[in-house]
Design a protein around this ligand. Structure first.
Ligand code: SF4
Length: 514
């Protein structure tokens, strides 16, 4: 037997899944839906004959009971693991399947599923939920027991909840909602099967956090520790959804403007820097500030001030609306002009064509910026640039690394948030190297259609993306088939930045007290 085998314990479940497969748009590939029978004993017997036939991929799909109150009938639970108390099977591709089911319009939760050998009695829901399981069934663990080495997933559509248990009149409407969800989920299981493969994964190195991002996150953590929650942060401390959510949980409050910060509060300026106007406003309001501006962004600010005071028109090469660009332009608004493209160079109107300087946003694509610099020096041959590169070491290294993996990959996945400039530039760099690339905040963002036929996958990560995200993506891919990973190292980094004096002084003070 090759292709996808879908195990459905009950006749109605098997029928719903077959209908869903038939209604699917496009080819679902080779799929066999097998009715495996009710309960663990029948499931174990079915698993033995299915295992002997060596399916290409295995999916267990049926209805199940929710163990937590936040699940509703019709929700799909994707198993991160399945356990019967003695044996646990990990389903590491769960985030990939969950993301695809969500994009298909289903409400989805990922978490452990427990398999039991009887219908739950009063009080047993709570006991099982206390183990961390979010749903319960009577067949998944034995059906998966012999699946080692075969890509496998489990989904259960919720038909009953702790508030509407299986032995209640609401089981009829719950069952109908669950079967409707199963039908909708069926073609997604086929797409998951089509994405399975053994793969080589090339990891771009360096990747993830740079020294400026590590410092900015540490500043917020220390501020929370030393001042207590809440600590206000103007703008996202770094452009990453996971980092921001983690710090919010710890007590940070992110605001767009200082007007949202109450009097007397502590406020942190983000790694992207602020204009002098924002600093003046904070001083006027008497706010206690800590500056997490990356020292390499602060260097560009200093260059802008120096050129402007020497009478230059400063062309800032960067992207409109980015916080770093807004902060740098604010250093000398009357003497600076934003240049986003070669075409913008024609709009520069210096009072003295012999006094033109150019600076850059730190996270630009090096090859793109070089074209704009050429246009500036063609038009103003005496134009002068920064003393040392504005595009920072971390941006340069990550772009070199993504170029190296793109050359050897069928597909490149870049971990990073949509508002992260340096992560976006990594996607563009990979695509300019001729390889399709996608930006993902996490494994759930990966569309299964991208993976079909991709045997070598490159993974890079922007300077604001946590390293753990890369680990989660590799783990999710390993649930689709054996993964061989290789680090492609183009540079090693040892840059570290010191903390701002406000936090250093308090740290030293508390150390002395101890
Ligand atoms: S990407 Fe570069 S400029 Fe931005 S925070 Fe990191 S080191 Fe600083």
């Amino acid at each position: 037997m090759s292709g996808l085998t879908v195990c459905a314990p009950l006749r109605v479940e098997a029928r719903a899944l077959r209908r869903g497969m038939r209604a699917a748009e496009g080819d679902v590939g080779q799929v066999e839906v097998i009715r495996t029978g009710y309960g663990p004993v029948r499931a174990a017997a079915a698993a033995a004959s299915i295992g002997a036939a060596a399916p290409g991929q295995l999916a267990v799909a049926g209805v199940g009971g929710a163990l937590t109150d936040d699940l509703q009938v019709g929700d799909i639970v994707v198993a991160s693991q399945v356990t019967d108390g003695s044996t646990t099977v990990e389903c590491t591709s769960a985030p990939l399947l969950a993301g695809e089911l969500r994009r298909a319009g289903l409400r989805v939760r990922t978490g452990p599923i427990a398999t039991v050998d009887h219908l739950l009695r009063r009080g047993e829901h709570e006991k099982l939920a206390a183990t961390g399981a979010i749903a319960v069934d009577m067949e998944s663990a034995p059906l998966l027991a012999g699946s080692a080495g075969t890509p496998a997933v489990v989904i259960r559509a919720v038909s009953d909840t702790p508030g509407h248990p299986v032995l209640s009149p609401s089981i009829v409407s719950g069952g109908i909602a669950a079967l409707r969800s199963l039908r909708k989920a069926a073609p997604v299981l086929a797409r998951w099967a089509a994405a399975t493969s053994q793969r080589q994964v090339l990891l771009a190195s360096p990747r993830s956090f740079c020294a400026g991002v590590e410092r900015a996150i540490e500043i917020v953590e220390l501020a929370l520790e030393q001042y207590g929650a809440p600590v206000y942060v103007r703008k996202q401390i770094v452009h990453n959804a996971t980092v921001v959510a983690d710090l919010e949980r710890a007590g940070a409050i992110f605001v767009d403007e200082l007007s949202e910060v109450p009097d007397g509060a502590n406020v942190v300026f983000s790694a992207h820097g602020v204009s002098p106007e924002v600093r003046t406003e904070a001083e006027r309001r008497g706010l206690a500030t800590v500056d997490a501006t990356c020292p390499l962004v602060a260097k560009v600010h200093a260059e802008a001030r120096r050129f402007a005071s020497d009478g230059y028109l400063v062309a800032l090469i960067g992207h409109a609306g980015h916080e770093e660009v807004e902060g740098t332009l604010g250093e000398a608004p009357a003497s600076m002009a934003l240049v986003e493209s070669v075409a913008d160079v024609g709009n520069l109107r210096p009072a003295d064509p012999g006094k033109v300087a150019y600076l850059m946003q730190t996270t630009l694509a090096a090859d793109e910026a070089a074209g704009i610099v050429s246009a500036i020096t063609d038009r103003f041959p005496s134009a002068t640039g920064p003393g040392s590169d504005d595009i920072c070491y971390a941006t340069t290294n990550r772009q070199r690394a993504v170029r190296a993996i793109a050359a050897q990959s069928d597909l490149v996945l870049v971990a990073g948030s949509a508002n992260s400039s340096n992560s976006q530039r990594l996607v563009e760099t990979a695509e300019r190297a001729g390889t399709k690339a996608y930006l993902v905040d996490g494994a759930e963002d990966i569309q299964l259609g991208w993976l079909a036929g991709a045997e070598a996958i490159g993974i890079a990560a922007g300077a604001s993306a946590p390293p753990a995200i890369v680990g989660q993506i590799v783990s999710a891919l390993s649930g689709l088939g054996e993964v061989r990973t290789k680090d492609v190292v183009v540079a090693t980094e040892s840059v570290q930045f010191g903390l701002p004096k406000e936090l250093r002084q308090r740290s030293a003070g508390s150390a002395n007290e101890n």
